[in-house]
Unconditional design. Structure first.
Length: 140
């Protein structure tokens, strides 16, 4: 696949996610996808995962713990087998009723027409605080 096709694949993934079509999203992933989020003690869905089954568990835990208020990919940058998506999200943490807002960067690796790698960069300190402490909203 060329860079433009790789970006289109990533866009398809975000479209499926925004519609709540997790089975459709998982079909875009390689069977042994490497899914990397930093481990944050307070955040039950954080940490690395490997393979579609573990990534499906991530989305289940995400839905059990968070309510999406805004999730917006804003820019895509592609080079070779990498696609970087830059965006912004706002979530409500169900257990604390706190709002979590952050910019993010997602780095995808595309191989053989499938998403084979995912790495998220976001404000992990704000995530930990939103899960841990009651009080005012956390934003960057």
């Amino acid at each position: 696949m060329n860079e433009q096709e790789n970006v289109q694949l990533v866009r398809q993934g975000y479209d499926a996610f925004s519609k709540g079509d997790i089975p459709g999203l998982l079909q875009l992933f390689a069977d042994d996808i490497a899914w990397t989020l930093d481990k944050v003690e307070q955040v039950p869905f954080s940490g690395p995962r490997r393979g579609k089954e573990q990534v499906a568990e991530f989305f289940q835990l995400l839905g059990e713990n968070m309510h999406p208020l805004q999730f917006e990919p804003q820019q895509y940058i592609a080079q070779d087998d990498k696609v970087v998506a830059l965006g912004h999200y706002v979530w409500s943490v169900k257990s604390t009723d706190r709002r979590l807002e952050s910019d993010w960067a997602h780095v995808f690796t595309v191989q053989n027409g499938k998403i084979a790698g995912f790495r998220e960069y976001t404000d992990t300190a704000a995530s930990a605080a939103a899960f841990r402490e009651p009080g005012p909203d956390v934003a960057i």
